[in-house]
Design a protein around this ligand. Sequence first.
Ligand SMILES: [Zn+2]
Length: 147
Amino acid sequence: MSGEDRADSARWVQPERPLPVPTQDDVAFFEAASHSEFVLQRCAACGLFRHTPRPICPACHSLEHLWQRASGQGAVYTWTVVHGPTLPAFEAELPYVVIDVHLDEGPHMIGRLRDCPPADVRAGMRVEAVFEPGDDGIMLVAWRQSG
Ligand SMILES: [Zn+2]
């Protein structure tokens, strides 16, 4: 077995979790998340909150925007239960729930739902953002049921 083969075997035993690579459009989101702060991009001209971050307002086409602290609260709009197949890094977590959160500020955000059995997920269920450290120092946003 060559060294390269051993490296491949090690990766298979402990697969790396894929992580987002921040771009110029969303680096401010991940920077805030690194301090457990939930922010959204907001149009400076018309005030529309938007997600995913992008350079142009979909409502008024303004290029001006700001980042504003947001509630980190929302409701489950819809969801899916992942039974597999999935990436090797997530196999041990099957089945898991991915939700579409309708944020209180208006936009939708996709993320993992933590600490909730798949059978208990309901449309309209209130959720709040939680911050989870990933590898390489990036902080990920997930969701859990809130009161
Ligand atoms: Zn706008």
